[in-house]
Design a binder for this molecule. Sequence first.
Ligand code: PEP
Ligand code: MG
Length: 369
Amino acid sequence: IDNALVRAVHRIMTHADGKRRLAVRTNADTGADAARARRFGAEGIGLCRTEHMFLGDRRELVERLILARAEGEREAALAALLPLQRADFEEIFREMDGLPVTVRLIDPPLHEFLPPLEQLAVNVAVAQERGEDVAKEEALLAAVRRMHEENPMLGLRGVRLGLVIPGLFAMQVRAIAEAAVTCARAGGTAKPEIMVPLVGAVQELETVRAEAEKIIAEVVGDSGVEVLIGTMIEVPRAALTAGQIAEAAEFFSFGTNDLTQMGWGFSRDDVEGAFFWRYLELGIFGISPFESIDRDGVGRLVRIAAEEGRAARPGLKLGICGEHGGDPDSVHFFHEVGLDYVSCSPFRVPVARLEAGRAVIETDGSDSR
Ligand code: PEP
Ligand code: MG
């Protein structure tokens, strides 16, 4: 690329950075993504989706954990997962040395970690036909059937999973705290922020928090590591009870993907092709509300939660980590609402930096430079 062009872009970015009040973080789940985003100017990680760390070889361990009937089985799965998670977080903390890293506790829809019912039923039928003992297959089929959900995105996800699977969140909290201490002992500075997903009631957060605080205190000791605990605001009820939830949260991060899904009652994964074209034709919205924040509805939930959260806890840290964090118009909206940061995918970090700067110029009047 032409050097003059690179210099011009650099000048514009520096100018925007000097103006903006929103910090810009990134969504990253691996050290490689974190490093890339840092090169683009990310000032921290706003969302590390830990469920992505449990795919591939580890999927089976999670399946065993979820379906475990006996304490011993569960503990074995957790003991195998702990060092893997510790290594994941150490890598990310190293890349993001000195910058905040929001690690979200596991939030998969359950079906992603359960074997498909149909497959299990076939296994039982095949074993029966061969005259084999089918007791084990039948027990597995019955267990998966008990957990089967017609609507997994509204089911056993996020904090709900943590509340019903003993030890799952505790294992992750321990891995985060231990990784942070390892970084500190090696001379680095890890700044972990543990984020609880899909909270709709303060009691859910209080339950997770009580257990997490004990583990953190035990692990960090006198290492100087500080671990914050906060929550996603992504369920409409959480936005409407933000004043209560703030009592148990050091930060909020708006999950505008789920907040849009639940605010409108649209399925994130299905609806756009089915009927959005008609909504666009009618002018109900000019762009998909999953892409650009719906200021009047979902945006109002964000405003309410920001105001009530800060009224209950002055200085409450506020961010956004849904897809909207890298959308230009949405960035302007989050600036207006007074959030502290937006978080977006690594490649959108420069766009968010630029728009956060432009938002200041627009609200504060003309740009004199
Ligand atoms: C969200 O809901 O906006 C969010 C960031 O979480 P996820 O997309 O992982 O559900
Ligand atoms: Mg979500």
